[in-house]
Design a protein around this ligand. Structure first.
Ligand code: BTN
Length: 260
């Protein structure tokens, strides 16, 4: 039993439609306290970003949701939750590569808004659902799908797993534990070291300072990603040197995302 707030309680399910659904449907219950984790061996209707499905091998990968009850987080600043989750996942994947294969962590990147890549292949995704009360986030479900031991990957070359990268199976419980530790560290930084947190995130942004292919309002476009702003929009410099921030409603990377 962990004594720290994140992961203090873990609810393990053999099979569920979606751990995010499970948590969200119980948001009013005291058992869904801050830091509670819902962990499933199998999801029958795992959910990905933008209405996609999230497919995971039963008993091989990590599919879980972490419940947060922030005490004072403005709705407008909710993207910080994604930053914390992405940094924690980055740390887990980097550590797995370092200890298992002696590989450097330089290849692990955060692809805006919610993917973790090894090189250019997706190894993990994040799906966040927030319940607002007034202008505050009252309840948050941070859904994490991390490809750990699966080798039959659904999106071919666009996806990978830790096992594929390091060449042997990894212990899922250890990875989950490390994720919860790292999440807690970065979550604490929201109040104590926000600038450092933002800097760390920016440094790990996939494609930062490089000319990247996008679709802007449905049309092919190129730009140089620089950062992500407080509202979670990607800040991009265009070919004329203009700098603007775009949300997912207008901008997406050209390359299709893995899974689902
Ligand atoms: C994505 O990259 O599309 C986001 C994937 C998020 C998947 C996780 S698995 C655990 C949690 N429950 C869900 O139904 N989805 C998230």
């Amino acid at each position: 039993m962990r004594t720290r707030s994140i992961g203090g309680r873990v609810i393990e399910l053999e099979s569920v439609d979606s751990t995010n659904n499970y948590a969200a449907e119980r948001s009013g219950l005291p058992e869904m306290g801050h830091g509670t984790v819902i962990l499933a061996q199998e999801q029958t209707a795992g959910r990905g970003q933008r209405g996609r499905t999230w497919i995971s091998a039963k008993g091989l990968d990590l599919t879980f949701s972490l419940v947060l009850r922030p005490t004072d987080l403005k709705a407008a600043g909710q993207f910080v939750i994604s930053k914390v989750a992405a940094l924690a996942l980055h740390d887990v994947v980097t550590e797995a590569l370092r200890t298992s294969a002696g590989l450097g962590g330089g290849m692990v990147r955060i692809k805006w808004p919610n993917d973790i890549l090894i090189g250019s292949r997706k190894v993990a995704g994040i799906l966040i659902q927030n319940e607002l009360v007034g202008d505050r986030v009252a309840f948050c479900v941070v859904g994490i799908g991390l490809n750990v031991n699966s080798s039959d990957l659904h999106s071919g070359l666009q996806s990978t797993s830790l096992r594929v990268e390091v060449g042997h199976a990894l212990e899922r419980a250890e990875l989950l534990d490390l994720f919860l530790d790292r999440f807690e560290v970065h979550w604490d930084r929201v109040g104590t070291d926000r600038q450092g947190l933002d800097r760390a995130y920016r440094q790990l942004l996939w494609g930062r300072d490089q000319v990247m292919d996008f679709q802007l309002d449905g049309l092919a476009w190129t730009g140089v990603p620089l950062d992500v702003d407080e509202l979670g929009r990607l800040v991009v410099r265009d070919a004329r040197g203009g700098v603007n921030a775009y949300g997912l409603d207008r901008l997406r990377f050209e390359r299709p995302e893995g899974n689902g």
